[in-house]
Design a protein around this ligand. Structure first.
Ligand code: DGJ
Length: 749
């Protein structure tokens, strides 16, 4: 999978799907030569033409060679200061205040498998699944050593990259920027796709032409954030969901990040990703190293959906860990939108009884069970049960939930503290803050300084104590504000710029300790919904609450956007009440149920108040979900129609089970239209010569009865060849009602 040709200096990382080519030139410079569809061998047909470009300087050793300039060369890890005026991949401030260093190639190493990244989440692979190339670069003045790591997987069109930088000199230096990867494309004939959003409106897709100059998608919020995802894609303008070239990038990092493109004077594109250099500093004493987070580089020639399928496979097979990596996720009911802070033993017991009766498998007790918390003003940090509210304690609640045959889950927000808490009264210095300015609040709370070991230890201890105090099967780990005054009272001045990076590393340490100590607990991460939905968090917690917007129509967008990178099994999605609490919309139960079936399915409403008719419908949906769950959670996912296209009125998702035997199709139409065309859905990923029998058909409620096809020819039981379903397609029956949802399931015969 990785070869090096001494003669040509070509490193070629390749598998059946993708090739990534680097070239060592003049024994010193590491250039990027090709990345894309797999090629047998790179023989330089697309030779780099040396041209004398004015105002593009020559490095000292090549003063008389006016066609040789770093300003125009495609580089793998470019430096600042020697005539390349584009964005640099790294910057260091030396002891004398200057920021010029010069990295040259030193040596390389190829190894089977993929080494771990100490203290960081990363994709993993054994020696049969991947190979890793390390390229060692050395500074000419011996001040810095850099290792570039590249892993190629045997059967995925993905390469991972990360970088380790070491102070090899005798004086301390300051890292100002350390990207996880950088690479140069020879052109800029791309659309640029990013996921933007806000609280309760995460991950909408924006697609527009890549333009000249510098563009950035980034976070300065202390977390990956609702506002931007650590993802960027460059797609050829003709690329669609289904076909065409797409280059996708994703960072395994839960903190502040930046993914930047620069289209420069000659039309080439540089793309750099990693920790956001804004306000980032890392002090390196002689001998010390800094390890960047990992970046994922995905090449798809099968459009956006091909990119998504590759990311999904990487996440499912090489990122998620633990007992729940391959285990079916339970159907849950969460009491948040059912009760908010207003609950007691009796109310929880009623919920549990009703949940068990409906076929639900787990009950989650959300915010408000600890300290004296009856609203969001107090008690964060005091992780002791409130026995005024829960007289039998957590063990009592867990027992009554378990007695009903349900698992029991609990909410925490361990990175935060309320001013009105015993923790804050004892340790006000444990909060991120600056000395001479008051701290800003978010949701009345402050952020603990997880760069401090004693704070990490406190969180591990207090969460462990609770998990040991009662049989708890699931944890929802929340994070409900972004960081302000993001500095530490415990760090010396020269290390203050490390605080927010150390915060994330501290969080990773806490999470690793807890998931190792409690291997049977299912962890779900959350940040006011999906404000920290990233691959870093998924390494520890295999699912994430997708959004605080539980409206089914909004969720079609949020979940379609999320599916660009993350597989359905990672998305928490619940049926909530109508009128919906965020947008007031009234939607049919079936639409709410099918929209939630895209993710790890659950309910988030007061199920005890449902009518008998509603309960009967819920029982049917739960039975349907259980029947389809292995396919929905482990199958291959296809976006047939996304709400980011056209009038945003239609969405269609499809799954094919791992063994190819079961196929599930869902279609949503937001607003009914009078003069609409007859919609045909063409399925994907079937065996064209195999026969598929319709096992389930759930048309939208409100079908126009005079035209309903099912009246004339019932669909369930009918059999179709795969080629007909893929090439000719399936009719969606017209409905006269808004917010319709349809579902079909097929079994291969
Ligand atoms: C934000 C989460 O996204 C909600 O689901 C809920 O857990 C609240 N926090 C509780 O404060």
């Amino acid at each position: 999978m990785i070869t090096f040709d001494e003669q040509t200096g070509i490193f070629h990382l390749h598998n059946k799907q993708v090739s990534y080519v680097l070239q060592l030139v003049r024994g010193r410079y590491l250039l990027h030569r090709y990345w894309g569809r797999a090629i047998r061998e790179f023989r330089d047909a697309r030779a780099f033409q040396p041209i004398d470009r004015s105002f593009s300087p020559q490095p000292a050793a090549y003063e008389n060679e006016r066609t040789f300039s770093l300003d125009v060369l495609p580089q793998e890890y470019p430096a600042y200061g020697h005539g390349d005026y584009r964005l640099p991949a790294y910057e260091v401030r030396l002891a004398d205040g200057t920021t010029v260093t010069e990295l040259f190639y030193d040596s390389y190493k190829i190894q089977k498998g993929k080494p771990e990244l100490a203290g960081l989440p990363a994709a993993y692979a054994d020696k049969h699944e991947a190979e890793t190339l390390t390229i060692f670069l050395r500074d000419t003045a011996d001040k810095l050593g850099v290792e570039l790591h590249y892993t190629i997987f045997a059967d995925l069109p993905i390469i991972t990259r990360d970088v380790k930088l070491t102070n090899t000199g005798t004086a301390a230096l300051e890292l100002l920027n350390a990207a996880s990867f950088s690479l140069d494309f020879p052109d800029h004939d791309f659309d640029r796709l990013m996921l933007y959003g806000g609280h309760a409106a995460e991950r909408s897709l924006e697609r527009r032409p890549l333009v000249r100059g510098i563009e950035e998608v980034s976070s300065r919020r202390g977390a990956s954030s609702h506002q931007a995802s650590p993802f960027l894609a460059l797609a050829r303008p003709e690329a669609t969901e289904k076909q065409g070239e797409v280059y996708g990038f994703n960072l395994v990092w839960s903190g502040e990040f930046a993914l930047r493109t620069e289209v420069e004077q000659f039309g080439t594109t540089r793309l750099i990703g990693g920790i956001n250099p804004f306000e980032f500093r890392w002090y390196l004493a002689p001998g010390e190293s800094f390890q960047t987070p990992e970046g994922w580089l995905c090449y798809s020639r099968k459009g956006l959906n091909g990119m998504s399928q590759a990311f999904h496979a990487l996440i499912r097979q090489h990122l998620l860990r633990g007992r729940y990596q391959h285990a079916l996720r339970p159907i849950l009911v969460n009491n948040w939108e059912a009760t908010y802070f207003d609950f007691d033993d009796e109310k929880l017991d009623q919920l549990a009884e009703c949940a068990a009766d409906l076929g639900i498998e787990m009950m989650v007790l959300d915010d408000g069970w600890f300290g004296h918390r009856n609203d969001d003003n107090s008690s964060l940090g005091d992780w002791q049960v409130n026995t005024d509210k829960l007289k039998k304690g957590l063990a009592g609640v867990a027992a009554s939930v378990h007695k009903r045959g349900l698992k029991f889950g609990l909410w925490f927000e361990p990175e935060m503290v309320s001013v009105d808490s015993d923790l804050y009264r004892a340790h006000s210095d444990w909060v991120l803050q600056v000395r001479d300015y008051p701290s800003s609040f978010g949701r009345h709370q402050l952020v603990l300084d997880l760069s401090r070991q004693e704070v990490q230890d406190y969180i591990v201890r207090s969460v462990s104590d609770v998990l040991q105090s009662a049989p708890i099967d699931y944890v929802k780990w929340d994070f409900n504000r972004h960081i302000t005054e993001g500095f530490s009272l415990a760090l010396p001045p020269e290390r203050q710029g490390e605080t927010r990076t150390r915060f994330v590393l501290g969080l990773y340490h806490v999470l690793e300790t807890l998931v190792q100590a409690f291997p049977d607990v299912l962890f779900e991460s959350c940040s006011g919904g999906g404000g920290r939905f990233d691959a870093g968090m998924l390494y520890y917690m295999p699912q994430t609450w997708c959004s605080d917007d539980t409206d089914a129509v909004q969720r079609l967008k949020i979940q379609s956007g999320t599916s660009m990178i993350y597989p359905p099994i990672t998305m928490g999605a619940h049926v909530s009440v109508t009128p919906n609490h965020q947008v007031g919309r009234v939607t049919p139960m079936q639409t709410r149920a099918f929209a939630a079936m895209l993710g790890c399915y659950g309910y988030e409403l007061d199920i005890t108040r449902m009518s008998d008719a509603e309960k009967a419908e819920v029982r049917e949906h739960i039975a349907l979900y259980k029947h389809l769950r292995p396919t929905l959670q482990f199958g291959t996912f296809y976006r047939l129609l996304t709400p980011f296209a056209g009038t945003a009125n239609e969405t269609a998702w499809q799954w094919v089970s791992e063994d190819g035997k079961q196929v599930v199709l869902m279609y949503f139409k937001t607003l009914a239209e009078p003069a609409c065309p007859i919609r045909t859905l063409r399925l994907q990923g079937l065996e064209k010569n195999q026969v598929y029998r319709v096992t389930d058909y759930w048309p939208a409620k409100g079908l126009a009865h005079d035209t309903a096809l099912a009246q004339h020819m019932p669909l369930v039981g009918r059999q179709f060849y795969g080629d007909e379903l893929m090439y000719s397609g399936l009719t969606v029956e017209k409905t006269d009602a808004d917010f319709g949802a349809w579902l079909w399931a097929f079994e291969q015969q």
